[in-house]
Design a protein around this ligand. Structure first.
Ligand SMILES: Nc1ncnc2c1ncn2[C@@H]1O[C@H](COP(=O)(O)OP(=O)(O)OP(=O)(O)O)[C@@H](O)[C@H]1O
Ligand SMILES: [Mg+2]
Length: 433
């Protein structure tokens, strides 16, 4: 359940690991600050205000003469930053403070607790002052108290202190995280490319020790695999190459001996062996093409169409499609499938589409198709369906397995299906775009 809401990328996960404790700490600090400091100071300030008002009322009440009363009023105005007015009348019961404003509630509670007179206040009419009315003996004392006198201003400063370092801390960690994550993403994309059989430039080790180690090991593994592939290919091509001479010699000797046509079968076998060897040599030399590049598939298909002009072959490719890979090998795969289609059927239809992040090349023919249970086997090297028929036509059975090899090495996939329009084979080549 929680997994659903967790960020997917490493960068955001790390960021969350850094941000969560910071936010927790800030919340705890804020609670502690407001509860123990801000609230207590504010309460203290309102208490002393209540005391001052009580003192004033007591003094004012006790003085009998008008002159003395005026003197007290003057003294208070002089020494306290309040604006005091005294008038006759009573306070209405209507309260003007807001129940939802935190500060209004605090002021009300504290005044109620400490001031033994009926009162009313308003924090909204003046921006910088609180208007307080206190009733005693049918008189109203009208006070304008500066808000700064009863409200602790350190709340805002505290908020600033808590927010600015948090923003700074998070910004710095984003910069550091980016630098730490970059080598990991580089390594991941290099491994992905290598897995697809694309050419990968050497990844330079950077970042933390463990990441450097992973990059170094990846590079070693890459080199080992490439060396292994090239050793295997060169060994097989060496053997194939060396087989060419004895095969030619055999062919010549049989030509001399085959006067009455009795050795025709051996001649056919030798021809087949020669084709196998030359096909394999062709394949192994093209395999050594290492550099992948982005190319226009549509242009390549049109070139192929041009090559087959005259044959019954149709192309449906509405826009430009681009592929990344070894162009020569991909061309060879498509050619192999088209050749099969024309060999086993009469006409071929090619269609290209790009659903989601893929490129699909569909090649349909109108031949006999391939039975379901044979579809997997024909992809194996040297496997042919009708051996007697195809042997004479110079088929070896390497075509489809070479295609599969090439497509897989590009991170793609080959699917043999039935042509939905009647008999025939449909070959789907899917490449990541
Ligand atoms: N379009 C097709 N229609 C019917 N059968 C096919 C088709 N393509 C291939 N096959 C069958 O699959 C077998 C293997 O095909 P593959 O291309 O690997 O070899 P090949 O065509 O026989 O020889 P090569 O391509 O090496 O000259 C073929 O022998 C053939 O029987
Ligand atoms: Mg073939």
């Amino acid at each position: 359940m929680i997994k659903k809401f967790l960020p997917k990328t490493l960068f955001f996960r790390y960021l969350l690991i850094i941000i969560t404790p910071v936010i927790f700490l800030q919340i705890i600090l804020t609670i502690v600050f407001f509860d123990s400091l801000w609230l207590k100071t504010n309460k203290g300030l309102v208490n002393s205000l209540s005391d001052e008002i009580s003192t004033f009322i007591n003094l004012y009440q006790n003085e009998k003469g008008d002159e003395e009363k005026k003197k007290i009023l003057r003294l208070f105005k002089e020494y306290k930053p309040y604006n005091i007015k005294i008038k006759d009348g009573n306070i209405s019961n209507k309260q003007e403070y807001s129940k939802f404003a935190f500060y209004d509630r605090l002021l009300k509670e504290e005044l109620e607790k400490n001031l033994n007179y009926k009162f009313q206040f308003n924090t909204k009419i003046h921006k910088d002052f609180v208007k307080i009315l206190v009733e005693y003996d049918d008189k109203i004392i009208d006070l304008l108290v500066p808000k700064s006198r009863i409200r602790n201003a350190s709340g805002r400063i505290f908020l600033l202190w808590i927010l600015v370092p948090a923003i700074l801390l998070i910004s710095i960690s984003i910069i550091f995280l980016r630098n730490q994550i970059r080598p990991i993403t580089n390594l991941a994309s290099a491994a992905e490319k290598f897995g697809k059989g694309q050419y990968v430039v050497e990844t330079k080790p950077s970042g933390a020790m463990e990441i450097r180690k992973a990059i170094n090991e990846f590079e070693k593994m890459k080199k080992r695999i490439l060396r292994h592939i090239s050793q295997r290919t060169s060994m097989l091509s060496g053997i194939s190459h060396d087989l060419k001479t004895p095969l030619t010699r055999l062919k010549l000797q049989i030509e001399i001996l085959n006067k009455d046509g009795k050795l025709d079968k051996i001649k056919d076998d030798i021809n087949e062996m020669q084709k196998m060897v030359s096909d394999y040599l062709d394949y192994s030399t093209s395999q050594s093409e290492l550099s992948s590049n982005k190319f226009n598939l549509s242009v390549m298909l049109n070139e192929i169409m041009h090559k087959f002009s005259g044959s019954k072959i149709k192309l449906e490719c509405k826009k430009n499609f681009f592929l990344i890979g070894r162009q020569h090998l991909i061309k060879r795969s498509i050619l192999n499938i088209i050749e099969n289609g024309l060999k086993y059927g009469n006409s071929v239809k090619i269609k290209v589409s790009d659903p989601q992040d893929k490129i699909v090349i569909i090649i349909d023919d109108d031949g006999p198709g391939i039975p379901e249970k044979e579809k997997e086997r024909v992809l194996r090297p040297f496997y042919r369906l009708d051996k007697s028929r195809t042997a004479s036509s110079g088929s070896v059975g390497l075509g489809l397995s070479i295609v599969q090899d090439i497509v897989n090495s590009h991170g793609g996939q080959i699917d043999l299906l039935d042509n939905p329009k009647g008999s025939g084979l449909r070959v789907n080549l899917t490449f990541p775009s």
